[in-house]
Write a protein that binds this ligand. Structure first.
Ligand code: ATP
Ligand code: MG
Length: 465
């Protein structure tokens, strides 16, 4: 593809829209004689008039040179080596131009499919062995074409074409404020199209997570997926599970928490991506419940979208509890019927669920424990607290559990709202008032510690009712 340069007068990106730290980094690299481009979602979103989430920079400076140039630099990454420049309230990610995984002349020998350990790779760089002189393979593919390691420094053009979609591969050049387009991204941006760079079959085989990303960008930007890209997704959707389960969990979270989770859910189903990711849940969704389809998951995701639309954070456990709530409640009920007490039934249900998911979307243990707590608190909410009330409101997941109950109450409004009751009770107890939305697991953990300490200082109080 021809390289196209769009001069400052013909595009809408201006320095004033960038974060001041981003501008500083770009200028400093340039002062030191390096190429410095803004790239990825930052450029895409500025061109669309959206507020970028973060600013990524690419340069011809190597990680080692970045470390020398910036005092606030930390090198990170196992799969990709990157520099993180730490500022007071922001991290700017700086990557060295990498060459396309499938365009490297150094195709590894068939037997060399083991990833090169990070330490060894760093060692090689320190030794000053550069492009073409490395002993170990730097780009590795498994036999079915998946990229296992991709750390080959390259030219700007090579860096552009190894990216996922054309709209994500535009460079904003700080040297003359132009946009550099190696892949036809400007055209696709104007036409609202998500298109892989190169052959979609090859690109989705290299990294199946790109299919999930295609759904994310289409849904987030309101774009269409270009025809050939779409056809490849339908054909390859069954291979989605070749991505590692922990990485898939991270992508799924991003996907469902960006504010268009319900639409995304429908798209995943449409492209045949949902079934291989959540086979047991999908089979359950396909079975009717007393003659009715299971509609709660769609409603739950809409509700999450509403919260996100109001700018409220939603924790991973709350998302999971809402999305899989009805499914888990059913599992719990089945175990209860075998005579298990509530807590053990919840344990068993969550453990079974985790087992079902482990090979596709690995949910971290902490999140699973919080999901269980959100569900078990629902039963305790149903009773007046007695002496156990403080135990309920002191739980780390209390805010999330209350939020879950709020969702359930708006599905079937009760005569007397338990949410209001518990909220008032928590206030009377002098606990920090549960925040409107759930918080991150980390924040909850922190709060849990604080609450424990506080509880010890105060003598137990009489229950409110
Ligand atoms: P967001 O606004 O959600 O951050 P983004 O486009 O910045 O969207 P990131 O996940 O932050 O997405 O990735 C930054 C850039 O890195 C992308 O724009 C793309 O150019 C490249 N990239 C990310 N993941 C992949 C991938 N799996 N394959 C190829 N390129 C990728
Ligand atoms: Mg980004």
């Amino acid at each position: 593809m021809e390289k196209v340069i769009i001069p400052r007068s013909e595009h809408s990106v201006s320095r004033s829209q960038l974060s001041p730290n981003g501008v500083k980094v770009l200028y400093k690299l340039r002062e030191h004689g390096f190429i410095a481009y803004l790239v990825g979602g930052g450029v895409r979103d500025l061109l669309l008039g959206r507020e970028p989430k973060d600013f990524d920079v690419v340069t011809d400076a190597t990680p080692g040179q970045l470390k020398k140039t910036f005092r606030n630099c930390r090198l990170i990454g196992r799969r990709f080596r990157l520099a993180h420049l730490h500022f007071h309230d922001e991290i700017i990610e700086v990557a060295t131009f990498r060459s396309a995984a499938d365009a490297t002349p150094e195709e590894p020998p068939e037997e060399a499919v083991e990833p090169v350990p990070e330490a060894e790779a760093l060692e090689q760089e320190r030794d000053g062995r550069r492009r073409g002189h490395l002993h170990g393979p730097r780009m590795l593919k498994s036999e079915d074409g998946m990229v296992l390691r991709d750390n080959v420094f390259g030219t700007p053009e090579e860096d552009a074409v190894r990216r996922d979609f054309t709209v994500n591969a535009l460079f904003y050049n700080i040297a003359d404020f132009s946009i550099i387009d190696h892949v036809g991204g400007m055209e696709d941006l104007k036409n609202g199209l998500i298109r892989t760079i190169g052959d979609p079959q090859v690109r989705f085989t290299e990294d199946p997570v790109r299919m999930i990303r295609a759904v994310r960008f289409a849904s987030m930007l309101g774009f269409n997926i270009e025809q050939r890209t779409e056809a490849a997704m339908v054909e390859l959707s069954g291979t989605i599970n070749k991505a590692t389960p922990p990485r898939m969990f991270e992508e799924i979270l991003k996907l469902l928490l960006m504010g268009a989770g319900e639409r995304t859910y429908q798209m995943l189903r449409h492209y045949g991506l949902f079934e291989p990711l959540f086979p047991h849940f999908d089979a359950w969704l396909g079975r009717e419940s007393e003659g009715f389809p299971h509609v709660r998951v769609g409603k739950a995701l809409e509700w999450v979208d509403d919260l996100r639309g109001e700018g409220l954070p939603v924790s991973a456990p709350l998302l999971l509890a809402l999305m899989f709530g009805e499914y888990l409640e059913e599992k719990i009920a089945v175990l209860r019927e075998t005579g298990l007490p509530p807590q053990q039934a919840a344990d068993g249900a969550v453990a079974a669920f985790a087992g079902e998911m482990a090979s596709t979307v690995a949910i971290p243990n902490r999140a699973l424990l919080a999901v269980r707590e959100i569900l078990t608190l629902q039963q305790r909410f149903q009773k007046t607290p007695g002496r156990n009330g403080r135990g309920v409101i002191g739980r780390a997941s209390f805010p999330d559990a209350l939020q879950y109950l709020r969702f359930m109450e708006q599905l079937t409004p009760p005569k007397r709202s338990l949410v209001d009751w518990w909220q008032r009770y928590a206030e009377q107890q002098g606990e920090p008032q549960p925040v409107e939305a759930a918080e991150t697991v980390a924040a909850e953990d922190h709060k849990k510690k604080k609450r424990r300490r506080r509880r010890r200082k105060k003598p137990a109080q009489a229950p409110a009712e």
